[in-house]
Design a protein around this ligand. Structure first.
Ligand code: HEC
Ligand code: HEC
Ligand code: HEC
Ligand code: HEC
Ligand code: HEC
Ligand code: HEC
Ligand code: HEC
Ligand code: HEC
Ligand code: HEC
Length: 413
């Protein structure tokens, strides 16, 4: 991959400046030699994805790269644009990225709608209204050090994008004028999603951009929260949407759908503590003694009961296996049991206890059967041990008797 790119670069510079591959790019040469702030870009740019594709300073900034004379090379008459004003940056990048004809030559399958989407985002709308504190292309992608999005060093890589967004969204001073929370990244870092991404390298877990979009960044509307979560947790969304809660949670005021019980940024491992006990989310709306509160307690009891039974069975089977008994068949069945617990947790989202009862009962039957199999194996082991002990004892007695007999024969002879 590397070699063809370098060849391409060489070819490109020779093509641009016939006969002089060395003095190909006066912009780079002069800027690299300047000893102040304007040197920055020339030093950074070696890792830039644009350079890797044979582009250079003048492709973005305009000007004439064949002249060493700054009055010529950076002349407006030569198309020199200088440093773009902050409010014009999206358009500056869009000059190429929104042009299908141009982009097709480099990356035929790449999208060319970033600018179009950006204009629909909260960022883009505010920028258009003159607010330059919002994110423009370079706040998310950097500048002069722009990496391919798949590059793990890119600021938009799933493992890094949270930090990129938080440079503004966790900055209380920057966000003060807007009166929105600044805890999204802090909360997200406690979530199961961040754990899956960062600890297990599971790139299917969501980063900020998976839920908010990147170019069309805006919070999912309250009505669409369940659709955002449901883009990955499909079956949960299907059941939730048919439940009584769907209609009552997506009312005005925001923050509806799955968020009511799971939160948005701080999604944690769920447990029956959500259903019953002092931290139950249900008790916020359902007073003790009402039918829904009763349903919550019942569902918690079923889930805990099944979980306990499966764990007990697991322990018995493990100790049987450790003592050398063959219990693999029961262990395989236990996986089905666990599967029923997963199904029961899913069925909970219909908020109809009867829907949950089926997998709970099936799981319980498996837990009981496999526990019995384990206990039987352990019992079998005990009887075998007893049998062994008895035979050892008998053999001992026989040996003793033979010795006694021999001794008696000796003394009598
Ligand atoms: C012989 C040296 C030299 C050459 C050649 C040169 N530059 Fe510069 N450039 C400078 C210096 C010095 C400055 C800072 C002073 C200034 O703004 O004029 C500068 C400033 C800039 C700026 C910032 C302007 C602003 O509005 O703040 C940009 C962008 C830039 N150069 C791009 C280029 C590009 C693109 C080329 C090639 C087409 C190029 N330069 C060629 C020396 C050079
Ligand atoms: C992908 C497009 C792109 C390329 C390629 C590019 N620039 Fe820039 N450059 C920008 C943008 C956008 C800004 C405005 C950054 C900002 O507002 O902070 C900028 C700003 C600058 C500035 C002003 C820096 C400052 O802080 O005031 C200079 C100087 C500059 N570029 C020089 C160069 C040189 C030299 C090269 C080649 C080595 C180069 N640029 C390549 C897009 C580009
Ligand atoms: C709020 C942050 C943010 C802003 C603003 C932003 N981007 Fe992106 N951009 C991203 C993220 C995140 C990705 C990676 C998407 C992925 O992983 O699939 C991306 C991907 C891209 C890609 C790769 C192709 C694609 O569409 O997935 C290009 C090209 C791109 N952005 C250009 C731009 C341009 C041009 C602008 C300004 C008009 C811009 N971006 C503004 C965050 C941003
Ligand atoms: C002169 C045309 C041009 C300009 C202006 C330009 N780009 Fe690019 N950009 C390209 C080309 C060509 C590629 C390489 C093909 C590709 O992978 O998209 C590229 C690649 C990228 C990528 C990597 C996409 C990927 O596939 O991972 C990002 C991100 C990006 N540009 C962002 C920007 C941003 C931000 C700006 C404005 C500061 C900008 N570009 C300005 C032409 C341009
Ligand atoms: C350069 C600073 C900056 C960066 C970087 C940035 N944002 Fe923003 N963002 C803002 C500002 C300022 C607003 C306007 C706040 C408002 O209108 O409530 C905003 C608004 C938003 C909103 C709308 C909030 C609301 O309810 O009004 C969302 C969602 C958002 N940004 C997500 C993101 C994501 C996701 C990223 C990273 C991919 C990101 N932002 C990167 C500055 C930034
Ligand atoms: C699992 C999906 C998901 C992830 C991941 C996620 N968000 Fe959100 N975010 C939401 C939802 C849902 C809302 C609330 C929308 C509503 O109330 O209508 C929201 C709201 C917001 C808001 C509006 C202000 C607020 O707090 O209510 C901002 C800003 C924001 N998120 C930024 C981020 C940033 C930055 C990240 C990454 C660190 C991130 N989000 C990660 C789903 C997500
Ligand atoms: C981009 C895909 C994606 C999106 C969007 C998403 N999730 Fe997840 N979610 C995952 C992945 C992947 C896991 C980790 C699964 C695992 O490792 O068991 C996960 C785990 C979870 C878990 C823990 C599951 C367990 O086994 O204990 C809950 C609860 C959860 N997500 C709820 C939500 C909610 C609520 C939303 C919306 C606010 C949401 N998710 C949005 C992909 C996603
Ligand atoms: C009324 C509250 C409530 C709502 C609304 C809700 N959930 Fe849940 N969810 C729960 C409870 C309670 C559990 C955990 C039960 C347990 O583990 O004991 C759970 C568990 C989960 C799990 C983990 C399942 C497992 O196998 O560990 C996922 C994933 C999940 N929910 C996703 C969603 C999604 C996606 C939505 C929206 C479409 C949603 N939930 C809406 C209460 C809710
Ligand atoms: C934000 C408030 C809210 C939360 C939190 C909430 N519910 Fe509800 N729930 C409602 C409303 C409103 C209704 C419809 C009116 C009613 O039946 O009380 C409802 C209906 C129900 C019903 C249906 C009753 C029927 O007649 O069919 C059940 C069951 C139920 N909820 C269980 C739960 C459980 C279990 C939890 C916790 C995991 C929970 N709810 C959390 C507001 C809530």
């Amino acid at each position: 991959m590397r070699a063809p790119k370098i060849l391409f670069l060489l070819w490109f510079s020779v093509w641009i400046v016939p006969g002089s591959a060395a003095a190909a790019d006066s912009c780079v040469t002069c800027h690299a030699a300047i000893d102040d702030a304007v040197k920055g870009p020339a030093a950074l740019i070696k890792n830039d994805v644009h350079i890797a594709h044979g582009l250079s300073c003048a492709d973005c900034h305009g000007g004439d790269r064949t002249s060493d004379d700054p009055d010529v090379s950076m002349n407006k008459a030569k198309g020199f644009k200088g440093k773009p004003a902050r409010a014009t940056i999206p358009k500056f990048c869009a000059a190429c990225h929104s042009s299908p004809d141009y982009m097709r030559k480099y990356a035929p399958r790449e999208r060319v709608d970033q600018f179009e989407l950006y204009q629909t985002s909260v960022h883009g709308k505010r920028l258009a209204a003159g607010d330059t504190a919002v994110a423009t292309c370079i706040d998310c992608h950097s500048v002069h050090d722009i990496r391919a999005v798949k590059d793990s060093a890119a600021p938009v890589h799933p493992l890094r994008v949270g930090e990129t967004c938080s440079r503004c969204h966790s900055d209380a001073a920057k966000m003060a004028p807007y009166k929105i929370p600044t805890n999204q990244f802090q909360e997200y870092k406690t979530s199961v999603h961040w754990e899956a991404l960062s600890k297990r390298g599971d790139l299917s877990a969501p980063s900020c951009a998976s839920c908010h979009g990147n170019h069309g960044a805006k919070p999912p509307q309250a009505e669409s929260v369940s659709a955002v979560c449901g883009s990955c947790h499909v079956l949960f969304e299907q059941l939730y949407e048919k439940s009584v809660h769907n209609a009552v949670f997506s009312g005005a005021g925001g923050g509806g759908g799955c968020m009511v019980c799971h939160s948005n940024h701080a999604v944690h491992y769920p447990s029956t503590a959500m259903l019953a006990g002092p931290k139950a989310v249900c008790s916020g709306c359902h007073d003790a003694g009402t039918a829904p509160a009763g349903a919550a307690t019942q569902m918690a009891g079923w889930l805990d009961g099944l979980d306990t039974a499966l764990k007990k069975s697991e322990t018995v089977l493990a100790s049987a296996e450790q003592s050398g008994m063959e219990v693999s068949e029961a262990q395989v069945r236990l996986i089905d049991g666990r599967e029923n617990l997963v199904k029961a947790r899913l069925a909970l989202h219909s908020m109809k206890p009867a829907e949950m009862q089926k997998p709970v009962e099936a799981g319980m039957a498996i837990a009981q059967a496999t526990q019995k199999a384990g206990e039987f194996a352990l019992h079998e082991k005990d009887t075998r041990r007893m049998g062994l002990a008895v035979s050892v004892l008998l053999i001992g007695i026989v040996i003793l008797a033979i010795r006694l007999l021999l001794r008696r024969m000796e003394s009598s002879s």
